[in-house]
Design a protein around this ligand. Sequence first.
Ligand code: XMP
Length: 327
Amino acid sequence: DWNSGNVIAEQVAKIRAQVGTGKVICGLSGGVDSAVAAALVHKAIGDQLVCVFVDHGLLRQDERRQVEEDYVKATGIRLVTADVREQFLVALKGVSDPETKRKIIGREFIRTFEQAQAELVLESKETDGDPIAFLVQGTLYPDVVESGGGSGTANIKSHHNVGGLPDDLKFELVEPLRTLFKDEVRAIGAELGLPAEIVQRQPFPGPGLGIRIVGSITQERLDLLRQADAIVRFELTAAGLDREIWQCPVVLLADVRSVGVQGDGRTYGHPIVLRPVSSEDAMTADWTRLPYDLLAKISNRITNEVDGVNRVVLDVTSKPPGTIEWE
Ligand code: XMP
């Protein structure tokens, strides 16, 4: 039966067999999956691995610092940060179709790894002058299934690290989590000695806030959503509910406006959607019955503190028929 120690031993052997003495690059997103995938590969091949943290501007508040400081401290992994915020904004400009966004984000991720690869090889101190031929991805089993990679399944969403990959990919992929579910990944992370703040972190999609803005992505909308998301996270944590819920996407309906009143003036602002869900593996989910007082507090804070938002609504849809994310 399932045992995290066995899976680690098995994957370490597999990774070593696949990459030999080759150089490997791994994109860290700040999420659990890539953090555990990188730690697993690091265990297998040590400093043949260099991690690249992609700051694509679609991150949550404080995420970059957490990776650059906390994760590096916990693992001793070699990390470089690619600040590609401008590049992603330009690539996504004017795009509101969800699958198009996902494809663009997937493509820009790979482009960023290729740029980082070129720079690392030029600097050569990271790779001893050897080219980097392998790319680690924290793809999980449900990502594969929902991107249409499982047998007989339809493409529901192109996960940025599966269906969103370009055809001319220059890397060979290393995907040590490809047969695993999230709870198994967490068990492996804990076994590898990663701190609880990383292992127990709620899921956050690689395309980040980009797929939580219904409508096109602008700097202003990202800043607004980031602020609302930080409030929700703060209040859920303060209420001690982090472990009760699977995750709580916060979505900005940028293409919708409604009339409101604030102070003694009319407003015409955007709604924010709260999408708290309970789940075992993200394949199915139910909406979480959060306490009314907590919902009221979150709603008050968002409408008072976030400029341009005058309404907070609660998503009460299970999965299926709704997916967890709105895009
Ligand atoms: P859905 O929206 O398909 O989400 O019900 C299922 C789980 O997957 C996460 N998700 C993603 N994770 N890249 C990721 O790494 C993606 O492109 C992506 N899309 C969705 C989502 O947050 C939920 O946990």
